[in-house]
Design a protein around this ligand. Sequence first.
Ligand code: ADP
Length: 397
Amino acid sequence: MKQVLVLNSGSSSIKYQLLDMTSHAVLVSGTLEGIGEEKSKLTHKITGAQTVTTEQVVPDIAAGFDLVTSTFERNGGMPTELVAVGHRVAQGGDKFTGATLMDDDAIAEVESMASLAPLHTPSNAAGIRLARKIYPDVPQVAVFDTAFHSTMPARAYRYALPTEISERLHIRRYGFHGTSHGYVFHQAAEYLGGDPSALKMVTLHLGNGASLAAVDGGRSIDTSMGMTPLEGLVMGTRSGDLDPAVVLYLQRVGGLSVDEVDELLNRKSGLKGLTGSNDSREVCAMAEAGDQAAIDAMEIFSYRICKYVGAYAVALGRLDALVFTAGIGENSVEFRAQICAGLGIFGVKLDPERNAVRSGEVRTISAPDSAVPVIVAPTNEELEIAQQALAVATAGH
Ligand code: ADP
């Protein structure tokens, strides 16, 4: 039995999964939230056995790793045949175009890009260093959210800024959620039974963070997030696309500081800014009850997505499938219906009964005579990270 431990070390949380790579079963999963806050909570779940919850103060990520390790030791679920640790890393810049074995030089390279993702990179890198101390003989592999989009052509990833400035400051579109876009493209291709290299799809990852990707034969040719996850769609708390002059106006006329604008656009905008809630379920319920702000928010959210699908259909030249995934994409009957209603130009026709089905399986929600099949494919970023980590760890063996 081969096992891979998947780690997502964030600024205030550590998420982990231990997977059996033969059956793909999750053996242990856990989340430690609230690192650096007044109280942190760890939930450690051993499949088929008990779930342990611990609450205590966890001042930093190192203390978080200590707590997770001691919880494994005390409550069971310890890896017995660990062949790799797969780390989710948000930003791979223009250096990392695929999953990479993390030695001293590679970790330093990840850390050198901290200014591109100051919220994520320091904790991602710290997680790799800490896991290396705990498992010095197990390959540590970084899987980057950006890597899948490294195949974008220059016309898609460049901004029209002076070249010297873009190059000096590494300003370009990187895209995120790559692990998920790649995973659901292949899930949908397998489901449709076609040759993946011949399929052109738009994948819609709609969670709290949200992005679309134009995927041509398994390669990303465009995606809606940019240099940071702020660009593109309306999200739970992010504005997505804006006239960049709004940022200047907020400072010059609105009197906001740089940090306040950052906070406003990343944490107080999107569905939350429009309705007061970033939870799509609450927004739907409010809209159903006739709340005009919620009705408008759903339209703004869906219209933005439809515009991107139109743009990506042009980029791809043909649309073989639309693939919904993540919290909203997998579950929200209402949002999927509203988005598909805006795509009549492509002959998209939703089947309301199929759309209403709740399931964890890959499934079709479009009508038999829809010109483009609409698929729901549950994402599984942990499994994809584990598979990529295993492939890198065992390459050449
Ligand atoms: P994250 O980006 O934090 O991983 P998720 O992929 O979990 O986010 O998506 C969160 C969003 O998914 C929220 O807007 C939430 O309302 C929505 N969501 C989650 N489960 C359901 C559900 N069963 N029905 C409708 N919406 C759901």
